[in-house]
Design a protein around this ligand. Structure first.
Ligand code: BGC
Length: 252
């Protein structure tokens, strides 16, 4: 397993990347960020990622490169587009990135990348059994990691609750959009996490996304039998996970 890799995390508003030490699980360059092109159109996103990777110069040459993206990823194809341009649906995204960048990449869902990073380097603290990572952002992302192995594309944000996709009611974007106070938002999160707990009986929930830095405002309001902890890698989880998976990351 190589020690260095590049991780790129594509989101609805920003594209972030860094060079990563995948043994220590640390960034070894500055984190570079560019705005996601308006509309999130594939050609524009590909060009922005190419520019970002070029910016790392020689240091990034010949090292594994992982890219994570907010969609279902099956055999390198993007199969959904909840918060990005619908033009991504059905695209051979991994091949398009490889052609544009002129190198192999590892392509994975954004929450899956964040989840493996938290389990490997962050908040899971060696928990075995089922760990469920959730990211509360524009949407709700989810990752299931069972005994260290990722079960990809779980998409809990699209679980239907009270007649709507869970993420349209309980994401951080929903809180902002509807100007919900912490208690009102927490009541929606309670509905979501209690249902997921009932369905899957995990050992641990990890809560990521930028809002997890304010965890003291809402996690104590949740009443669950399962421990629920904030992510510790914050905005770097996607970058670290994508880089680690690209480097051939596995349990041991
Ligand atoms: C998408 C997921 C993604 C999540 C977080 C959801 O809307 O369907 O694929 O992981 O947002 O970005």
């Amino acid at each position: 397993m190589s020690k260095l890799a590049v991780g790129i995390d594509i989101g609805g508003t920003g594209i972030k990347g860094a060079l990563v030490d995948v043994v220590k699980g640390e960034l070894v360059s500055d984190r570079v960020k560019v705005a996601t092109p308006e509309g999130g159109d594939p050609d524009a996103v590909l060009a922005a990622v190419a520019e970002l990777v070029e910016g790392f110069g020689k240091k990034a040459e010949g090292v594994p490169l992982g890219v994570c993206f907010p969609a279902i990823v099956r055999h390198g194809r993007t199969m959904s587009a909840a918060n990005v341009s619908k033009r991504w649906i059905g695209l051979e995204a991994e091949s398009l990135f490889e052609q544009t960048l002129g190198r192999d990449i590892h392509f994975v869902n954004d929450a899956d990348a964040a989840g493996v990073a938290e389990v490997r380097f962050g908040a899971a603290g060696g928990s075995d059994g089922l760990v469920i990572m959730t990211t509360l952002g524009t949407g709700i992302g989810s990752a299931f990691i069972y005994d260290g192995e990722l079960l990809p594309n779980t998409e809990l944000g699209h679980l239907e609750l009270d007649g709507a996709d869970a993420e349209t009611r309980a994401s951080y974007a929903a809180k902002e959009r509807e100007d919900l106070d912490w208690a009102t938002w927490a009541a929606r999160l309670q509905r979501f996490y209690a249902h997921v707990e009932f369905l899957f009986s995990p050992e641990l929930f990890i809560v990521g996304g930028g809002v997890s830095k304010n965890h003291a405002q809402f996690l104590p309001l949740l009443d669950l039998a399962t421990p629920i902890v904030p992510a510790v890698l914050r905005n770097n989880a996607g970058i670290l996970g994508a880089a680690w998976l690209a480097s051939g990351g596995s349990r041991d």
